[in-house]
Design a protein around this ligand. Structure first.
Ligand SMILES: C[S@@+](CC[C@H](N)C(=O)[O-])C[C@H]1O[C@@H](n2cnc3c(N)ncnc32)[C@H](O)[C@@H]1O
Length: 680
């Protein structure tokens, strides 16, 4: 920049000098420190379900340049487009409607399929087949600031044509490869940011192809968060390059600054470990505040006593109170006063992993509780001879997650690609290890068992599968929303195009990853069996907490999943009744996707039996509607259809209880118009 200033000052022509100086000044002001890249606006989308009509734009199928051609005339079979200087008429099947990001489109959600294995109370996980930019925009209506964890595994932009930008695969010869990827990611991350709760966490995986760019982009988009990077050894055999064999990738955690949101992880002890400290600094004298009694009645821990003042000593390791409660003190077999592992302030939080057990008096090597011959016995039988005494044990260990993860379970070949093949019988390029994703989610949701988890690069659906696995492990009710497009892969796309099969046709779409891999995987994993009735034979590497038998895949999961498709409608060509049906799943998702979606009919109001939302469709029927919803305190979301803000305010004021009341325009699709650039 300094060099530029010098060169400018050398310009003789004053007018030219001043105007170049002004232009450079403006450039300097615009330049952000850090990552600078071409923004590549606009992205485009092809809408195969929308019929071309006069005034819309289309692109020719198979034209890799894809110029936008305005339609001047269209009927059921032919379309006339303005192409360069001339007008060309082509069969309608040779073109597809295209829009630039920023033009309005009207989404509708339709239910493609469901698997209901979790009863009517459990909310549904959602699999959404969509371009993720649109899905994220739609989720802003339904889930703004409601997502606890976003886990994404975007295309790594290896140069091996592993992702599409504006409908074309990006390869290593594309001079804009990196800026295209950054521009693509930035737009989606900006939307994702608005979906995250203030205490939510974003986890994003990446390898060395874009890692350095991504880190800077993340810092730019999330200045209020700090990044912690975990290295995962996902390919222990290694991917050999010129110099090294790469065995790792990264998971970047974006965590609100100064927040402690990553949970300590628990692991069951094969043999319970003594709570009493041993070895260095283990005496009462070293930590006097950790010398207090733990109160046991029968074999149950019922509370904690007071710290004993210095100079006072309990009469023994077990002291019986008059009400039968036993005080257990941290005194070893040699009578040495030691201390517990936790102070009196922290111990109540640990009660779930503490047990009281009888041990043989005076037995056991000093302290550690491992090598001792002392016999553990948690039966409640009376110790007639007085040979046993109570001690306190830890059933689980807690550990702070480390920043390098190694171990067979993170192997993406074995527990990603091979697992998908086992379940669905098909190959999917580079899925994550189920256990790597489960571990990522566990680190944030171990203490947030009702978390809402979003993955908008879902691929084969590992995130939904991992969410179900975590719920099975600890009894949680986490729900996941996963989004993927329905790509086929370049080779198959070429074959089908050559055979004159069109994107959007049944034949083409049925082979896309969402239809052919993601949904079958989710459905079979939850059902424990495939569509042909064959059971999933293997077992997971995970046990239910407190049990030692691995979970069988054939047991499936007690979960509900809905498979939804985003379609785009022409509001002028859809009847009102159908428009309502098209937005109903959006309202249902907004109210937490609970209860099966019930049929609509032609009602004045919609009051589903098992879902917590109600819709008033005919304003004139408000009184009856309001009487009905008074009887349903479970309705958390109320939607009122009216075009008058005043009428809405009036009705809202009459609705009792703590409910979220939302106005819907009569022209239903208008409520959820997408693709306006204002979201960027
Ligand atoms: C690296 S893969 C994710 C794999 C996934 N984690 C798994 O374990 O199966 C990225 C996925 O994102 C999907 N994808 C890429 N661009 C997308 C877009 N714009 N909208 C929706 N999905 C997209 C691709 O189809 C691909 O399957």
């Amino acid at each position: 920049m300094a060099l530029l200033d010098n060169l400018i000052s050398d310009i003789q022509n004053q007018k030219l000098r001043e105007s170049i100086a002004a232009a450079v000044k403006k450039l300097k002001e615009e330049k952000t420190f850090g990552l600078v890249f071409e923004e590549h606006l606009p992205e485009t989308i092809q809408l195969h379900t929308l019929p071309p009509k006069k005034g819309t734009f289309v692109v020719k199928v198979g034209d890799t340049q894809q110029p936008f051609l305005p339609v001047t005339k269209a009927d059921k079979h032919w379309v006339t487009v303005h192409e360069g200087e001339k007008f060309t008429t082509v069969p309608i099947t040779d073109v597809v409607v295209a829009k630039r990001f920023g033009e309005a489109i009207f989404p509708a959600l339709s239910v493609v399929d469901v698997i209901e294995n979790g009863g009517t109370v459990k909310p549904y996980h959602l699999l959404i087949k969509a371009e993720n930019f649109h899905a994220l925009q739609l989720l802003l209506y339904t889930h703004e600031a409601k997502i606890d964890v976003i886990f994404i595994d975007p295309p790594y932009n290896t140069g091996a044509r592993d992702w599409k930008y504006n409908n074309n695969y990006v390869d290593k010869n594309d001079q804009w490869r990196h800026s295209r990827w950054l521009s693509f990611m930035k737009k989606r991350l900006l939307l994702a940011k608005r979906l995250l709760r203030p205490d939510g966490v974003l986890i994003i995986t990446i390898d060395d192809n874009e890692n350095h760019h991504l880190q800077m982009l993340l810092e730019q988009v999330f200045p209020e968060r700090e990044m912690t990077t975990v290295v995962i050894v996902h390919n222990p055999r290694g991917n050999i390059s010129n110099n090294f064999a790469y065995i790792h990738e990264y998971a970047h955690y974006m965590i609100p600054r100064n927040e402690k949101l990553v949970a300590r992880l628990k692991k069951q002890n094969i043999k319970p470990r003594k709570l009493r400290r041993w070895g260095h600094n283990s005496t009462r004298k070293a930590r006097p505040t950790m010398f207090y009694p733990i109160l046991v009645k029968g074999s149950k821990i019922v509370g904690f006593g007071e710290i004993l003042p210095a100079g006072q000593h309990p009469s023994g390791k077990n002291v019986k109170r008059t009400d039968g409660t036993i005080e257990v003190w941290p005194i070893d077999q040699d009578g040495v006063e030691r201390r517990w592992n936790f102070g009196l302030d922290a111990i109540p939080d640990e009660i779930d992993r503490l047990i009281a057990q009888k041990v043989e008096k005076g037995k056991g090597k000093k302290g550690n509780g491992k090598k001792g011959k002392g016999k553990n016995d948690n039966s409640n039988s009376e110790d007639k001879k007085g040979n046993f005494e109570l001690d306190i044990f830890l059933t689980e260990e807690e550990s702070v997650p480390k920043t390098v993860w190694t171990g067979g379970m993170f192997d993406a070949g074995k527990y990603g690609a091979s697992l998908v093949k086992l379940i669905v019988g098909k190959d999917f390029p580079y899925p994550k290890s189920l256990y790597a994703v489960a571990q990522c989610l566990r680190t944030v949701t171990a203490q947030r068992k009702d978390a809402v988890i979003l993955d908008f690069f879902a691929g084969s659906g590992t995130t939904l599968h991992a969410t179900c696995l975590l719920n099975a492990e600890d009894g949680g009710t986490r729900t996941s929303i996963i989004v993927t497009n329905n790509e086929l892969g370049e080779k198959r796309e070429k074959q089908l195009t050559k055979a004159h099969v069109r994107p959007g046709s049944e034949e083409w779409e049925s082979e896309g990853i969402c239809n052919a891999i993601t949904w079958p995987r989710c459905k079979y994993a939850v059902g424990g069996k495939r569509d042909d009735g064959s059971k999933l034979e293997e077992a997971y590497l995970i046990t239910k907490l407190g049990e030692d038998k691995p979970l069988e895949m054939s047991a499936g999961f007690e979960e509900n999943v809905a498979y939804l498709d985003i379609e785009f409608l022409d509001p002028d060509q859809v009847e009102y009744g159908c428009q309502f049906r098209a937005i109903l799943p959006i309202l249902w998702a907004m109210a937490g996707a609970r209860g099966p979606l019930e049929d609509v009919g032609k009602p004045d109001f919609y009051l589903p039996q098992n879902s917590p939302f109600a819709v008033l469709l005919k304003e004139q029927k408000f009184k009856q509607f309001n009487d009905k919803i008074r009887e349903r305190p479970d309705f958390t979301h109320i939607f009122l259809v009216t075009d008058s803000e005043e009428a809405f305010k009036d009705m809202k004021a009459q609705i009792n209880g703590r409910r979220r009341v939302t106005m819907l325009y009569k022209h239903y699709l208008e409520n959820f118009k997408l693709n306006t650039t204002t979201v960027l």
